[in-house]
Structure formats: C-alpha cells, structure tokens
Write a protein that binds this ligand. Structure first.
Ligand code: ADP
Ligand code: MG
Length: 427
C-alpha cells in the first residue's frame, strides 16, 4: 500500500506516479478550487461583509459568459464566511419561473412558515406583504443578514411587472433588514431588461468576469490543475519528478498549439478539465503524463468526425436508406431525388433478400424524415412549397458513399447482405 492508502497505478523506473494520478483525479472531481479572480473575490467579499458585519444592505450583478466561473466564485466566497453570520437563499430563474414560486421558496428557505403556519399557502399578495413586513420589522444590528442569490437573473426580469425584483431592491435601498442580493447572469444587456422603477433602486454594482482569452492564461490553468502542492502526501522525489514533468509539458510547443486550438473552440475551462481527466484516466502503460497522451486524447475527444458519429447513430433501416440515397446520387450524377425514388430503390433491395424484414412504408417515411432532420440530406428548395406532397419533395445528398462505407464497416453487427449491397449499386 502507498502513502495515500491505494495501490500504485504505475511503477516504472522505481517511481510510482499512481498516487499523483489519484490526487489529480480527486482534485478534478471535487472541483472546488477557484483559480484566479483574486480581485473579484475581494470585491465580492467586501460587499457581502458589509451586510453580514455592518448590517448594510446592498446588491450586485455578476456578469460573464456561461462557464466562466460565476457560480464557482460566489460559492468560494460564501464558503469563506462563517455559517452563523448569514442565512443563504438560493433562487434560480430556471426553477422559479414566476414570482409566486420564487416567493414561496424564499419563505421556505428562510424558514418563515414556522412563524405563521398559514401564509405559505396563502395568496401571492399575502405572502409578499408578510415578507416585506418581516424585512421592515428587522434592523441593522438585531437581525440576521440574508444573502440572496438570484442565478439566471435575467429570467427574473421577465416576471410580471418585476414585482419581486422591485420589492427586493426597494427593501435593499431603504436599508431595512440586512439583505445582500447577488444576481448571476450571462446577458450583457441585463440592466436594459430592468424596469425604470427597478433600475433606479438597483445599486449598479456590476462585476464582469472574463474567461481566459490568451494561451498563457489557459496554460496557467493547465499548470494549476496538474501541479501537486507540498501538502499532498506524496514522496518528495515523486512530487519533484511529477511537477518537473508538468513544467516540461507546458514549455512544449505541441501543448501550446493544443491550447491555442482549445481556446478557439471554447471560452471556458470545462473542455480543458475534461481533457486532463481523460488523459489521466487513460494513462496505462505510459511512464507519466506525456505530450502524446494529451494530443491523442484531445483528438479522440474533440476532433471527432461528426458525420461518421451521426452515421453510426442511425438505425439499420436509416443506414439502408442512406445507401440507397448514395447509390442514386452516384448513378444520376448527384441529381436531386425524392422519397419515392429512394423508397423504390430500397424496396427492390429488401425484397431480393429474404433475410431482411420489409418495413412498412410509414415507418420508412419516418426514417427518411429523420435523415433529413440530421441534415444528412438537404432540401433543394429553400422555402418549402406546401403544395408538394412530402414524398415528392426534392433533396440532395450531403455526404458521399465512401463515408457510408466507412460507417458500415464500423457499424456493430450490420447484416452482411447490406455490406455487400454497398459495393454493388446496379440494382
Ligand atoms: N476560475 C476558475 N477556477 C477553477 N475552475 C473554473 C474557473 N472558472 C470556471 N471553472 C470551471 O468551469 C466550470 C463552470 O463554472 P461555473 O462557475 O459553473 O460557470 P458559470 O456559473 O459562470 O456558468 C466549473 O465547474 C469549473 O470546473
Ligand atoms: Mg452558474
């Protein structure tokens, strides 16, 4: 047994990196360490502490693209506060789709139903007046602070008359019970969504979070995710070797190119985390994490041939229709086709082979439609003519027979007659 209490995964040249790998994977699964955003973290702590320590109400909106770390930043700040100092109320625009639902959830999270058993079931007006009354009754020193998080804040703006937002911001402005409202959103025009009377009550504290936009920032995140710190229970020589290797990886031009590519396709760390986790999981015979590990995993994860993936996801019937379509397109030199032509070609093949089940026409129509939805075939007319029956609508094929052939060879247990049919387009 190793120091971490688990079996070593890899022991090569006397060095056991299994513990390091286990540590890294645990870190990635826990996903609770915020990287960067020091300035933003301090700013947010200041705002929240103003409420929790001095009883001054305030509001703030955290703005940034999806996945840039808004929730993570807020969670890390809330974790740093002492639990006794505040009551946390979490609302989400996707769940609390109207003011009534949001209000009921606030009441439940504040455990106010204990004060008056009836009002949680009461009307919206009763509930809001009770809540506001409670806010008014509180004061800076005696009342416990409330931190209210409104995730997907923009969705609260679509609630009728923005009544809840108005009342919440109003009680913040009039400094009743200590209340700190934090809105999280990815809508850059969120302030424009607020009604005039709500906007005038909002503190206009807006924090912008930016995802990494340069390769150096992404490389820093890569390093942060993989470097083992001194507090881990890992032998000194193992730790030194592992960390030296990570430094070498970062300086490698291939890794830098990979990060460049990653930055183009995504603006958050989710893909980077997935890549690191898969590379660590797939480490089996290698000495230690290598450039090849990372590039190979990157290719399999993010550089998939999506047409092939789609073809492999088709049913046998849909694949047969694709073969008919490709045959037709080859014979008629990429001329457009309609369902009837393909149906005819498919039926000729199916009837010749007693091993294949002849499917009902309606089912085949559905299969044809699915192929069209997946854009493996494209309609010729941009605007659909309602006078043309769907069976006679013209389409063009967007892929070639070779692709279908490759997919058929990889397809799990495709009947051999179909495989033979691909190469014989005489029928
Ligand atoms: N600064 C960061 N430090 C560490 N991980 C981050 C950071 N920013 C984003 N992430 C990663 O991205 C994921 C999505 O972040 P999240 O806070 O949920 O985004 P948002 O709420 O902005 O949509 C997190 O689970 C985390 O793995
Ligand atoms: Mg979030």
């Amino acid at each position: 047994m190793t120091e971490a209490g688990c079996r070593p995964l890899i022991t090569i040249m006397g060095i056991d990196f299994g513990v390091c790998i286990q540590n890294m994977k645990k870190k990635l699964i826990l996903n609770d360490q915020l990287y960067g955003f020091d300035k933003e973290q301090n700013e947010l702590i200041q705002i929240i502490k103003k409420t929790t320590d001095f009883g001054e109400s305030d509001s703030m909106i955290i703005l940034g693209p999806r996945g840039c770390g808004k929730s993570m930043l807020l969670e890390s700040v809330i974790k740093s506060l002492s639990p006794e100092s505040h009551t946390l109320v979490l609302l989400n625009g996707l769940i609390h789709t109207d003011d009534n639902l949001a209000l009921k959830s606030i009441i439940q999270q504040l455990q106010m139903e204990n004060l008056d058993g009836t009002f949680a079931e009461g009307s919206y007006a009763d509930n809001i007046s009770f809540l506001l009354e409670s806010f008014r009754a509180g004061n800076k020193t005696a009342s416990k602070s409330i931190i209210m998080v409104l995730d997907k804040f923009d969705m609260f703006c679509s609630h009728t008359n923005q009544t809840l937002l108005y009342n919440l911001f109003d009680s913040v402005q009039s400094q009743q019970s200590p209340l700190c409202i934090i809105g999280l959103t990815s809508r850059i025009d969120v302030i424009e969504l607020l009604e005039k009377r709500v906007k005038s009550r909002f503190s206009h504290n807006i924090m912008m979070l930016k995802p990494p936009s340069e390769i150096s920032q992404l490389l820093e995140r890569f390093k942060h995710s993989l470097i083992i710190n001194k507090h881990c229970k890992v032998k000194a020589d193992v730790l030194k070797n592992w960390n030296n290797n990570i430094e070498l990886l970062i300086s490698d031009v291939r890794i830098q190119n990979l990060m460049k590519d990653l930055l183009k396709s995504s603006n958050n760390s989710t893909k980077l985390n997935l890549l690191i986790f898969t590379a660590l999981t797939n480490l089996s015979n290698d000495l230690i994490l290598t450039v090849e590990n990372l590039t190979n995993n990157y290719t399999t994860l993010f550089k998939k041939d999506m047409i092939l993936v789609h073809l492999l996801g088709l049913s046998v019937l849909e694949l047969c229709l694709m073969i008919s379509i490709c045959h037709h397109s080859e014979i008629y030199d990429q001329e457009p086709f309609n369902f009837e032509m393909i149906y005819d070609r498919y039926c000729k093949f199916a009837l010749r082979n007693s091993t294949l089940l002849v499917t009902k026409r309606q089912v085949i129509i559905k299969a044809f439609e699915r192929i069209s939805v997946m854009q493996l075939i494209l309609p010729v007319a941009v605007i659909e003519n309602k006078n043309v029956l769907r069976e006679y609508r013209l389409y063009k094929c967007s892929i070639n027979l070779d692709k279908v052939k490759t997919a058929s060879n990889l397809y799990f247990r495709l009947p051999p007659v179909i495989l033979q049919w691909i190469d014989s387009n005489i029928i």
